[in-house]
Design a protein around this ligand. Structure first.
Ligand code: SF4
Length: 689
């Protein structure tokens, strides 16, 4: 009816559930979501996956926080916004005065907008005067960004998602693409079906894409560096490299060649378990294919050598000339909707927005002019170091936005110790999360559907989201909360709309020079770097790599074998990861009734061999025990895992059974990213359940 039509509204937004960044129209009647449909200019051109289509009820969940909370002994009491914000500003001021600016630290949300991530690091650097700021890419993609920065100069996908379909060969390494990046996987599968793209999957788990692949290889856990080095050596030793490309566009060949000298096919066979013949065939194929893309994710990065292996992938692409043309390049697949953006915006301890180092003279000058303060030249603490500093007593206050750190960081019990050691913890979120239990002040944030802003997806594509519904009563968008605390601490930011924050980002960030809300109207998008005239770069490195001489740099990396190989006491290798239905730890998706009914809890996958050896059946309960903790889960016997490897999804219904109770503190040598995938456990069957 006409009366009803008056209330039905169609608004464009961007999915918050993975780095693919599907955008769509949401049809609403007040706060009721009627339907979600990809709009005409939809960046990825394919319909959404289950999460994007059905995963939105969390926004109206009864669990939403609608009032700030202040700790009162062992309990929390409701407070007004003024009281809570005054308290945050007062405690931050006191702690900074007593212990110095580095006694405070800030964690930005990779689910929140670019503008909000920018303000978190602005707050840390301008208002407080510290570089102690980070985001959750420390838990996932920092090694990939670093490996690419070292070799080609930009820590991002080198081409677009659509462009992957132009590859003649797509290789995935340590990526459960079909479940973690569903719509991107659809593109890979479609290209394969059309017959012009071969798909090769390297993984320790036989997930959906592995089953569909033309070749599936299962190296021993944590050995990807070895096969990559051996394949690169074989290509160079046999003159199969792209000599023109190397001569004209790449530095460091001699050092690189020397660094992989010992990686013969025979050694690789011994260490990876893949036969020398398989690796030789692979080397010949990669060298002879016209256009090769390599996609990778947490199976590579969450290891002790995550950065070195990421660089090894880039090295292989460089020696075979697979950069700068359509259908070629490096694709580290970003997990959160805005994990690329949170790093781009400078929510990291060593760089301000656009990866300008904190000691870069141009960045220092520009920021001094804009913010009226001097940037500190030394690197701040990353997420992992923040917890250690809290336990040591050096870090006294922490403000966490939108991250369930207590369950998603490795070694959850150690993390809890860090939280308890803090003098003052602020947690800003949609719900009273497990992390909020440790807080002194909890601030209720608005959800992505309730605000304006931009996200940047895995292909560096910046997209606008519009307000689908107003913030739930009692909540505020994150950018307004940071602005309010900054004002209370004497910095009149005065933002009235996120577009003003983007204008400031553009002034301070060469990669974003031409980004503005006008150029991002509706379904219009830009892939950074964006020149002042608005020209963007969907495909990087067509002429230059991002170094002063325009040449790429082969990186002489090092193999860092896993530290936690199974032993007599802990005889199983633990792998963890996503499942299609859930996002991350599950705080949002467990609040969607349909999804929670379909995938009600985590479980432990064990192999048929292990099940037979120990007479275990699906449905039995088991306790997984590591050096760091124990969890209780139901067993699922499946051919997806092999031998003594077990798999646990990262979303458990109960916080006490989260898989990161089991993971330890060892991490990537270069970036401190936890080596979640380097964990050993034992499995005790529970007979009394
Ligand atoms: Fe959302 Fe990712 Fe699914 Fe697209 S593929 S709808 S971005 S979860």
């Amino acid at each position: 009816s006409a009366a009803r039509d008056r209330y039905i509204k169609k608004t464009k937004t961007v999915c918050t559930y993975c780095g693919v960044g599907c955008s769509f129209d949401v049809w609403t009647d007040e706060r009721y979501i009627l339907k979600v449909e990809p709009g005409l200019g939809h960046a990825n051109g394919i319909s959404t996956c289950v999460k994007g289509k059905f995963g939105w009820d969390y926004v109206n969940s009864e669990d939403r926080l609608t009032s700030p909370l202040i700790r009162d002994g062992d309990r929390f009491r409701e407070a007004t916004w003024d009281e809570a914000l005054d308290l945050v500003a007062r405690r931050f001021t006191e702690i900074r005065a007593a212990k110095g600016p580095d006694a405070l630290a800030f964690v930005a949300s990779s689910k929140a907008s670019n503008e909000e991530a920018f303000l978190v690091q602005k707050f840390a650097r301008q208002v407080i005067g510290t570089n102690n700021v980070d985001n959750c890419s420390r838990y996932c993609q920092s090694p990939a960004s670093k490996g690419l920065s070292l070799t080609v100069g930009i820590g991002g996908d080198s081409g677009t998602i659509k462009d992957i379909e132009n590859a003649s060969l797509v290789i995935t390494v340590g990526s459960n693409t079909a479940e973690s990046h569903p719509v991107l996987a659809t593109r890979v599968k479609r290209a394969q079906k059309l017959g012009h793209t071969r798909v090769i999957v390297f993984d320790i788990r036989e997930h959906e894409l592995a089953r569909r692949a033309d070749e599936f290889h299962r190296p021993n856990p944590g050995t990807d560096f070895v096969w990559l080095a051996a394949v690169s050596k074989f290509i160079l030793d046999n003159g199969l490299e792209d000599r023109d490309f190397l001569r004209e566009r790449v530095n460091g060949l001699d050092e690189f060649r020397a660094s992989i000298e010992e990686y013969t096919l025979e050694r690789a066979e011994r260490e990876t378990g893949l036969s020398a013949a398989t690796l030789e065939a692979l080397a010949r194929r990669i060298a002879s294919e016209e256009r090769v893309c390599i996609l990778w994710a947490m199976g590579v990065t969450q290891q002790c050598g995550g950065t070195d292996t990421s660089a090894a992938i880039s090295n292989l692409l460089l020696i075979t000339g697979n950069y700068g043309r359509l259908g070629t390049g490096a694709y580290p697949l970003r997990g959160h909707n805005n994990v690329q953006g949170a790093s781009d915006m400078g929510a990291q301890p060593d760089a301000v927005s656009g990866y300008q180092r904190v000691d870069d003279p141009f960045a220092v000058q520009r920021h001094e002019r804009e913010w009226g303060v001097t940037l500190r030249p030394e690197r701040g603490l990353d997420n992992t170091q923040m917890i250690d500093a809290a336990i040591r007593g050096d870090l006294r206050a922490l403000w966490i936005t939108g991250e369930e750190m207590s369950l998603t960081d490795a070694n959850a019990n150690h993390l809890q110790e860090g939280f308890e050691a803090l003098e003052f913890l602020v947690v800003q979120d949609l719900y009273f999360t497990n992390t909020a239990r440790f807080a002194d002040v909890v601030l209720p944030a608005a959800a992505s559907l309730e605000k304006e802003g931009t996200f940047t997806n895995t292909e560096r594509r910046i997209q606008r989201l519009y307000e689908v519904m107003p913030p739930l009563k009692g909540t505020k968008p994150d950018w307004q909360i940071y602005t309010a605390v900054a004002e209370r601490m004497g910095h009149r930011w005065g933002y009235t709309h996120p577009s003003e924050i983007m204008a400031e980002i553009a002034r301070l960030t060469p990669h974003f020079a031409g980004v503005s809300y006008d150029r991002l109207e509706g379904y219009d998008t830009l892939c950074w770097p964006v020149a002042e005239d608005g020209t963007d770069q969907p495909l990087l490195y067509t002429e230059r790599f991002n170094f002063p001489d325009g040449k790429a740099r082969l990186y002489a990396g090092e193999y860092r074998p896993r530290q936690q190989a199974p032993n007599e006491t802990y005889d199983l290798h633990l792998n963890s990861g996503r499942m299609l239905e859930h996002f991350h730890e599950g705080n949002m998706t467990f609040r969607v009734a349909g999804i929670a009914a379909k995938a009600p809890d985590a479980f432990v996958e064990i192999s048929p061999e292990l099940a037979a050896e120990r007479s275990i059946q699906s449905g039995q309960w088991a306790r997984l025990v590591s050096e760091h903790g124990a969890v209780r889960l139901q067993v699922l016997v499946t051919g997806r895992v092999s031998g003594n490897q077990v798999f646990v999804p990262m979303n458990a219904r109960k916080a006490e059974d989260a898989v990161n109770r089991l993971t330890g503190s060892q991490g990537d040598a270069t970036t401190n990213t936890p080596a979640y995938k380097d964990t050993r456990v034992r499995l005790d069957v529970l007979h009394d359940v």
